[in-house]
Ligand binder design. Structure first.
Ligand SMILES: [Zn+2]
Ligand SMILES: [Zn+2]
Length: 285
């Protein structure tokens, strides 16, 4: 299935040189990590993977900043946003604006990363060739006006690389290049591909519980890599729900963490969808 009104070739007309260069360097350094394995390096990398992808993207950028699926203090919001920048997926306004466009135009012409163009485009092509505009804070303000009102989010969107660079320099001082290769370069590359699989794989492969208008699917293996983000068909059907894995067997780490945070009063007003909430016609045959 292709999108007729935007020729695929025209999408590749503009190359984002800086993004390409940064990603090439990160991938080369990620491969170099193979020569500096230690259990400490692995443990630091796994910890930062959880902080950045689990807390930063899944709980922060996605379920909180984009969809406002729960409420929390301003301080915890800021903490989650800083965690999000550690992924190299851009600042909060960029991420939120891109993702809101994805929900508004899912698998249509204006979807930034639909696999209906092709799987490569959905996974990484839209970053390398698209008008991604990581640092274009003013343009992003149109799509994320709620975040644009906050000077901290504006600053963090423009200077999203600052926290990652700071952590990188700290790790260089305490653990040397081996630790940087593992906990910055390899960890960022794995995190990027895991997140991109939500854009590519979960709009191509998997089961559809809900007959949504887009191609979203539920994927258990993408959910394992992304702390629960792979239950993507559930999510498209109920975007504001902070719970993505709706059945008991749909493992959703972020949801479990939110239950704990709610119990101790860190988050509140948590929005939750349930399977029984779905009307008969919503359930895909
Ligand atoms: Zn989607
Ligand atoms: Zn979403």
């Amino acid at each position: 299935m292709s999108i007729a009104s935007v020729p695929t070739a025209s999408r590749y007309s503009k190359v984002s040189v800086i993004t390409c260069a940064v990603l090439v360097v990160f991938h080369i350094m990620a491969v170099a990590a193979c020569w500096s394995f230690t259990w400490t390096n692995l443990a630091v990398a796994l910890f930062l993977y959880w902080v950045s992808i689990g807390l930063g993207i899944s709980m922060g950028y996605h379920r909180l900043h984009t969809h406002r699926g729960f409420k929390t203090s301003r301080l915890f919001e800021y903490f989650l946003a800083i965690c999000g920048t550690l992924t190299l997926e851009g600042g909060p306004m960029f991420w939120v604006a891109t993702h809101r466009k994805h929900h508004q135009h899912s698998d249509q012409d204006l979807d930034p990363h639909t696999p209906r163009v092709n799987a490569f485009w959905a996974h990484i092509g839209w970053i390398l060739f698209g008008e991604a505009g990581h640092n274009d804070t003013e343009r992003m303000a149109k799509y994320a006006p709620d975040l644009a009102k906050d000077p901290f989010y504006r600053w963090l969107t423009t200077y999203h690389w600052v926290p990652l660079t700071t952590v990188g320099l700290f790790l260089l001082a305490v653990g040397g290049w081996g630790m940087v290769n593992w906990a910055i370069f390899l960890r960022v590359v794995v995190g990027l591909h895991s997140t991109w699989l939500v854009n590519s794989a979960t709009h191509i492969w998997g089961r559809r519980r809900f007959a949504t208008k887009d191609d979203s699917r539920n994927s258990w293996w993408v959910a394992l890599l992304t702390f629960g983000e792979g239950w993507h068909n559930n999510h498209h059907a109920h975007p504001t729900s902070s719970r993505h894995g709706l059945a008991w067997y749909e493992f959703d780490v972020t949801w479990l963490e939110l239950k704990v945070l709610k119990a101790i009063g860190v988050v509140w007003d948590v929005k939750v969808a349930s399977i029984s909430q779905a009307s008969e016609e919503e359930i895909a045959a």
